[in-house]
Write a protein that binds this ligand. Structure first.
Ligand code: NOJ
Length: 730
């Protein structure tokens, strides 16, 4: 018996040593990631390293802003690809070539824009922010991740967290609004949703924080243009969501298109290396945005592609998205001593690290399951409807015209009544128009077929030939629902609008239908705040539905009928006039008050402020109370409000908590700054207490212009629900 045991031990030792002799450390899944990265790096030639630093595209790209040169013969050693296919077959072929036909067998990282859903499309990010329910965003992104994963994707270029205060900029639709805190909280939720608990688990994909940085400050809301941002504003406003995303474990960051104070974001060593990598300890990879390396030349900083590559890699961009600048020039730049091998090794280590963490070396292939088992699952569709309902903002509801009376006959009028694709919004992943229900269909179901549907007019143009039929339908109905707004392509990348009112023809339709004298409900589908000052008086109720996604129509219909009680609040200010832009709640205080410093031709107030949103319930809140009115730097106090639902309808209420520092000696602070929010369902007649535990280091400290946080003793104000309380930090 003893001899058998001894033989077994010897045999096991022989097998083990043979294995470790044959299997390089980087291929051994039991080794720590960092050891594997360093082992692989040691084995790579310069050419192999440079190939890792390139991303090409594969498949048909239907994004008109990003149509690029497709590299016909993709080398199997390529580091990354943007993957436009919708099934894992091509992926598996790509990985097979990479694993079996290359010297080292390094898997390819496959990325795609999974922004608000993959095949099941959820509300656009701006709408998700209106829900003030970040937990929901985590769930939506987990579903998006699992659909995308099944299609062969490892990595999404999301979340987009560019704080935006200019609604003319089309990309406002992709972010979480005008407030840095809201963007930070939703960023963390989004990253956790995509990446799950463990990045190497099945169904998770790597997230990408974009577009680093200050892209949301694009001058006058035009895309791809200059951004002038002071260091203080960068730290106060544009950097916090990125810092939150890095802390949440986001594996990748995308460098932006914009020129920041004279230095293009993708050539900006200060932001990419000093702040992101050295300052925050980000150890994942930085990918350039599409053409962002080549655009350094267009920005006026480099004379040719080689210089672009040099500036970009030295600034800290590790992976070249489709520009081919690294593939073509890095080797020469290294030979000339313009780019150090140390920098190349750092970039490649970052790329490999992400691949190891995703588990790609150990399991590069995907199971090819039938589409009906992985896309558009019942639970995903239900969540698509629920999320859309939670994202909607009831802007106005005079005389409680909503919810619509049971049994009412409704005229549904407008260019969005039968829209499909336009309900999905920009960056709709692989969402399909033919899998999207129209508002007309959803309302017929919700209102038992008592809906007359008339288009009335198109999105824009001069054709008024449908007006008569629209008016007639309104006259014969008990109530009118007008479905107005933007086409999905009117917001998003390269989709700025100088005039953010509804197009004139839609405003005219509204005025025409108003002649019927029936209760008028306007449902808006759009990706940005609109200036509604002309239209607002015509409508008894206005429901902001944004671009609500695959099952958004059912959510609108359900909200109109009262099956859903709206609970969204605006994550962004709706201006009353275009000339007010930029207009946002957390502005610094003016030097004069009273009637000075105002416009003399229009109001200075927005039409709807940040945080505005009505409900079918009525809520009354108590004044803010504090557990103490003094605290020390290491202490805590709790602020509370009690909100009572005084109506007969259950409803959800969100309490937004703001901090103000009315006299800050180091640097003046905005009038108020959101620091905490909480949403609760309050049953009819019941009360709920909402609390905010104020922690000085977290809630009362501010960055200086170099990003160093400081905390000053003195008076502070905490406010919520229109009331406030003062306290002293000692
Ligand atoms: C350009 C966009 O700016 C970016 O957001 C996107 O991720 C890339 N193209 C890839 O499609």
């Amino acid at each position: 018996m003893k001899t058998i045991k001894a033989i077994a031990i010897i045999l096991a030792a022989v097998v083990l040593s043979a294995f470790s002799w044959k299997t390089p450390v980087y291929k051994d899944a039991s080794q720590p990631v960092e050891k594997r990265v360093q082992d692989l790096l040691k084995r790579m030639t310069l050419q192999e390293k440079i190939m890792q630093m390139n991303q090409y595209i594969i498949g048909r790209n239907d994004n008109s802003n990003n149509r690029g040169k497709v590299v016909a013969k993709i080398p199997p050693e390529i580091g990354s690809l943007i993957y436009f296919y919708e099934d894992p077959e091509t992926r598996n072929d790509i990985q097979k070539r990479a694993m079996e036909q290359t010297r080292l067998g390094i898997p390819v990282l496959l990325g795609f824009d999974v922004i608000h859903g993959y095949r099941t499309v959820f509300p656009v990010p701006l709408a998700q922010a209106a829900s003030f329910n970040p937990g929901m965003t985590s769930k939506l992104n987990a579903i998006a991740a699992s659909e995308a994963y099944s299609a062969g994707i490892d990595w999404t270029f999301a979340p987009m967290i560019d704080v935006c205060r200019d609604p003319r900029w089309g990309r406002i639709v992709e972010c979480y609004g005008e407030d840095p805190y809201t963007n930070s909280v939703f960023c963390e939720a989004a990253v956790k949703g995509f990446q799950g608990k463990n990045l190497s688990d099945k169904g998770t994909i790597a997230a990408c924080l974009k577009h680093f940085v200050c892209y949301g400050a694009s001058e006058a809301g035009r895309d791809y243009v200059y951004t002038e941002v002071s260091d203080q504003t960068m730290w106060d406003t544009y950097l916090p969501p990125y810092e939150a995303g890095v802390k949440a474990g986001a594996q990748t960051v995308m460098s932006a298109f914009n020129n920041i104070n004279g230095i293009p974001a993708s050539a900006n060593r200060h932001t990419l290396t000093d702040i992101l990598k050295n300052g925050w300890g980000f150890d994942g990879l930085v990918v350039s945005d599409w053409d962002a390396i080549a655009q350094i030349k267009l920005n006026g900083m480099a004379q040719d592609a080689a210089e672009c590559a040099e500036l970009s890699v030295n600034a800290g961009v590790d992976l070249d998205m489709k520009d081919n600048a690294y593939a073509e020039h890095l080797e020469q730049l290294v030979k000339e001593g313009k780019v150090s091998i140390k920098r190349i090794d750092d970039a490649v280590a970052r790329i490999l690290r992400v691949k190891f963490r995703l588990g790609l070396f150990d399991d590069p292939y995907r199971e090819n399951k039938p589409q009906e088992e992985v896309f558009m699952q019942q639970e995903s569709l239900e969540l698509s409807e629920k999320a859309a309902a939670e994202s909607m903002v009831l802007l106005k509801n005079d005389s409680s015209v909503l919810p619509l009376r049971k049994g009412a006959h409704i005229a549904l009028i407008g260019p969005l009544a039968e829209a499909k694709k336009d309900l999905l919004g920009s960056w709709r992943g692989k969402g399909r128009a033919d899998e999207t229900e129209t508002l007309a269909a959803a309302m017929q179901r919700e209102f038992d077929g008592r809906v007359t549907v008339v288009e009335g007019c198109s999105f824009k143009g001069e054709d008024r030939s449908g007006f008569a039929e629209a008016l007639q339908a309104a006259q014969s109905a008990d109530a009118v629902v007008l479905a107005l707004g933007e086409k999905s392509g009117w917001s998003g990348e390269n989709a700025s609008r100088a005039n953010i009112e509804l197009p004139e023809i839609q405003q005219e339709l509204l005025r025409e239908v108003k002649k019927a004298g029936k209760p008028m409900v306007v449902v808006l589908f759009n990706g940005r705040p609109l200036v509604l000052t002309q239209d607002e008086p015509m409508a008894d109720a206005i429901l902001e539905a944004w671009f609500p996604g695959t099952r958004g129509a059912a959510a609108v219909a359900g909200t109109l009928s009262g099956r859903y009680n709206p609970s969204g609040k605006l994550p962004v200010t709706f201006p009353a006039h275009q000339g007010q832009i930029p207009i946002y709640y957390n502005k610094r205080l003016p030097a004069r008050r009273g009637n000075q410093g105002y416009y003399f031709d229009v109001t200075v107030k927005p039409l709807y402020p940040f945080g505005h949103g009505l409900s079918y319930s009525n809520f009354e809140s108590s004044p803010v109370t504090l557990s103490a009115d003094k605290l020390s730097k290491g202490g805590k106090i709790t602020a509370s409000v009690t909100v009572k639902n005084t109506s007969a309808v259950d409803g959800a209420q969100t309490v937004l908590w703001f901090i103000s520092d009315p006299s800050c000696r180091r640097v003046t602070r905005p009038e108020k700054e959101l620091r905490h929010f909480e949403k609760k369902i309050i049953p009819a007649g019941a009360s709920e207490t909402f609390t905010f535990e104020i922690q000085p280091e977290r809630d009362l400290s501010f960055p200086d212009s170099q990003g160093t946080r400081f905390i000053e003793a003195g008076k502070f104000i905490v406010s919520a629900c229109g009331t406030q309380a003062e306290f002293t930090l000692e």
